[in-house]
Design a protein around this ligand. Structure first.
Ligand SMILES: [Zn+2]
Length: 489
């Protein structure tokens, strides 16, 4: 008599980034033990006929319990954000351990671990925000932390408290190359934005809709271009965060065409919302303020095209929750100008349902591409072992989706702490009904079963994506910078 599996998800349709097939999925302990037809009994059985059995989502860019650019803590704790993520079918998050100027990176990361250990209900890794690339940060803390499994860094080219100058950016790229880490970047030209902000305010243009105007489109494409060229000089792989414009996507496409190791993402807000969402009475438009700002319908189409072509590999939430009060979006109440209003919107829970509705229910790019951009590609790029697929031996991180279920999004449907959803009123088809994280049922028939602190830190090396192009054998001697680098690195 065969030993029973711990859990069998029975009779569903399984999808990965490459295949779709009908199968039972059996789990023993934390891992997927078998995939097949008529598998033996499970101590627990999850009926999935008529349902889709998909890898849990990986949200590789979300702000949780983090001190942000305006010096404020955002509205979510690890518990509230990861519970919200799980309700939306996400089983791994990569939030940010954020260094601000004057802070010791090593302590920032240690403190952030404590918060995650206490609250997370799903697994997590960190990106380390580097805002103060001192000698100590570059030569001691970053190499030691990479060694400890934190293999991605994040830099800001804008925001007064966080931005790095070009020389500092080169320093960090060189450090990442030496110790092997992915470098993720918020690429917008700081000077252009701050010049625009001053001029707009001087002319009395203070409403939220002027936020979009202040982040001129060229601020993005110029900064991405500058970043790409500096990364090419150093021969360091990069990930360009939240590409929002057609021109930005075009810069990425050209860089990849040159054989540079440039990865890029966009976010649901740039695919489903647009600049005119900001145009509301009073300060209501603040709900739709994020950076880069929402753009035009033509940009949405260009970004979908870039996803189809593989120029953009992942779609993350950039979840950045602020409440609609003086402690959140509105430091000066109704009188807050667009410059004072905190940037960012919640989306950790709505990300997958929005994309499922568009890609699967409405058939734009299809189910396998949905799995790829939401789970498999982030697992590969950020080197998350055993994540992002349904395979024997993989972690049992699984979302069972009801493809027929319709849900109208509202402020009350979401479980994060922002208190509103920028997508309220949208009717979506397809919803995750059962969610498992390493074999633990965290959402059961839409009910929360998760235990705070049950999520685990995922230590990782940079993996294949983080290997410099000139060293990974893919670049056929085209790199001409080797002699130059030998002089300076
Ligand atoms: Zn962000």
């Amino acid at each position: 008599m065969r030993q029973a599996y711990d859990i069998v998800i029975r009779g569903g349709r399984v999808a990965t980034a490459s295949d779709e097939f009908d199968a039972d999925v059996a789990i023993s302990g934390e891992r997927i033990a078998a995939i097949g037809s008529r598998l033996g009994p499970g101590k627990r059985e999850i009926e999935a006929s008529g349902k889709l059995v998909l890898p849990g989502g990986i949200d590789s860019h979300c702000h949780i319990e983090q001190l942000s650019a305006n010096g404020k803590l955002n509205a979510d704790s690890f518990a509230s954000a990861t519970i919200s993520a799980a309700f939306g079918g996400t089983t791994t998050v990569i939030p940010f351990a954020a260094q601000h100027r004057g802070m010791r990176l090593r302590e920032v990361v240690a403190d952030y671990h404590k918060l995650a250990e206490r609250g997370a209900v799903i697994d997590y890794a960190f990106h380390m925000i580097i805002a103060d690339p001192t000698r100590e940060t570059l030569e001691e803390d970053i190499p030691a932390l990479i060694e400890g499994g934190h293999s991605s860094l994040k830099l800001f080219m804008t925001y007064e408290r966080l931005k790095v100058e070009d020389e500092e950016l080169l320093d960090v790229l060189a450090t990442a190359r030496k110790s092997r880490a992915m470098v993720c970047v918020h690429a917008e030209n700081h000077g252009v934005i701050s010049w625009m902000v001053k001029r707009l305010l001087a002319h009395g243009h203070t409403a939220p809709r002027f936020h979009a105007a202040s982040h001129a489109r060229i601020a993005e494409s110029e900064a991405i271009n500058r970043l790409v060229e500096m990364a090419a000089l150093i021969d360091q792989p990069i990930m360009v965060f939240h590409v929002s414009t057609a021109e930005g996507a075009a810069v990425i496409r050209q860089a990849r065409g040159r054989g540079l190791k440039v990865f890029a993402e966009t976010c649901p807000q740039y695919l489903f919302l647009a600049e005119n969402d900001l145009d509301r009475p009073g300060v209501e438009g603040a709900k739709w303020m994020c950076s880069p700002p929402l753009r035009l319908a033509a940009d949405q189409e260009a970004l979908w095209r870039a996803i189809a072509l593989g120029d953009l590999q992942t779609v993350s939430s950039d979840h950045a929750p602020y409440r609609l009060d003086a402690g959140g979006k509105f430091p000066s109440g109704e009188a807050s100008t667009f410059k004072e209003i905190a940037n960012g919107m919640p989306g950790i829970e709505a990300r997958l349902p929005l994309l499922f509705d568009a890609m699967v229910s409405k058939r734009r790019l299809g189910l396998r591409k949905f799995v790829e951009v939401t789970a498999s590609a982030p697992a590969r790029i950020y080197n998350l072992a055993h994540k992002g697929s349904i395979a024997i031996g993989a972690d049992a991180d699984i979302a069972v989706w009801d493809p027929e279920r319709t849900v109208t999004l509202s402020d009350a449907v979401m479980h994060d702490q922002a208190g509103y959803s920028p997508y309220a009123g949208r009717k979506l088809t397809g919803w995750p009904v059962e969610v498992l994280s390493r074999g633990r049922v965290v959402i059961e028939r839409g009910e929360l079963k998760a235990v705070r602190g049950s999520g685990k830190f995922l230590a990782r090396s940079a993996g294949e994506a983080g290997v410099p192009a000139s060293l990974d054998g893919s670049r056929g001697g085209e790199d001409s910078g080797g002699r130059l680098r030998a002089l300076v690195l």
